[in-house]
Design a protein around this ligand. Sequence first.
Ligand code: SF4
Ligand code: SF4
Length: 457
Amino acid sequence: MPQTKQPLYIEHTISICPKCIKRVPAKIVQDGDSIYLIKRCREHGEQKELYEEVSDYHLKKRLYDKPGTDCKRQTEFNQGCPFDCGLCPDHEQHTCIGLIEITEQCNLCCPSCYASSGEGRHLGLETIEKMMDLYIDSEYEQAEILQISGGEPTIHPQILEILRLAKAKNFKYIMINSNGIRFSQDLEFVKSVADIFQGTGLEVYLQFDGLEENTYRTLRGSDLRNVKQKAIENLTSHGIAITLVSTILKGVNDHEIGAIVEFGMETEGIRGLNMQPLALFGRLDESVDTNERITLSGILKRMEDQTNGKILMDDFIPLPCNVDRVAITYLTQKRGKWTALSKGKNLQSFVPRIKNTFAFSLDDTLEKDGDCCGVTCKCFGPKKLADVLGKAAKSASDKKRTEYLNKDLFRISVTSFIDVYNFDMKSMKKECVHIITEDMRKIPFSSYNMFHRPGIT
Ligand code: SF4
Ligand code: SF4
């Protein structure tokens, strides 16, 4: 009898059974060109879930892994991960992005909403300030990125006061996570936001899922193409930086990945693009075949194919703060031609110098000379940081460097979150996007949406 080929064992981890939500032992294996999680639940048997579509990308991730950064904890060991959030003493990464959901209300009712937003309440200013202070204190006064989210944060009646407050707290960057409706319709509001920030420290994380009508009708419930276009025009004319954020669902908009990238790079005012495979929590759960889902490496592969090789999978590196969940590249422009900064460079040797951060500019992503791993320069070999950064790093003037980094750099990142199907505990413990909750905890984004969001049973 012919033998079926056994999947190739890679490592053990702990996962979750999606049926009983209990911890179960799991193996990560390579089967063909893809990576799978094989879990065994005593009650519900063996389950095999797609983990990464492209095994080569998965196998290179570990080369970029580095230890996490410490921060203060809010909870203690009790039931074990993922039920002790958080952050509990077992979490292995600090907060790269602290997210405050200032309202449950939204002016859309997207079928794909992870928060199931729509109706609900707004948080009061006093509570929001306490949450900001918790974030700052837990990061030893060095909190980097505050993401103001919802629901739709721009419809909070005190949104301008919240933004002024956030600015006064000296976060390095503030993001507004928005569907763009208010930015497209209310020029007075856009101007007020621009006046608060005067061109620095703010980025609008603009939901932008594609260029086709069907994409918006399926993911958002209505055709929002004109809304997105108008929001981009209004924000750009007021000097507010934009990162496009695309949720990708296989069979709906995965064929648009290349077109979205080209649109972002060609459109004035857009500094970067973040793509996210749709995670299976919120309204869309149950309706997606989990072994037909798109993954982080699947997005990179389609990007390479759909940009005709202008952007390659190899241009991306797994971000060392959480190699399983974030891939990133920076492109630089010369006479209208974009080239990945990583092209032809051995970035592995720079890993000790890449900070555990998701900050906006390349400058912030890299450690300053001499404080990388305590082994100054030895970890670099013959190459220096300036060789990778090129012109940006060599300019003597801070202002010129910043202008160069902002105008001639384009950042593309792909972020994937964990759900009960692809749950991998070691990756969960490294997650660095944390929701700051009203009861003064910091809960990893994926864990919050799987287990801790109010209303989840
Ligand atoms: S996800 Fe992190 S904070 Fe939550 S229980 Fe696990 S280790 Fe602790
Ligand atoms: S996904 Fe965003 S825009 Fe859509 S309903 Fe949820 S909060 Fe609103």
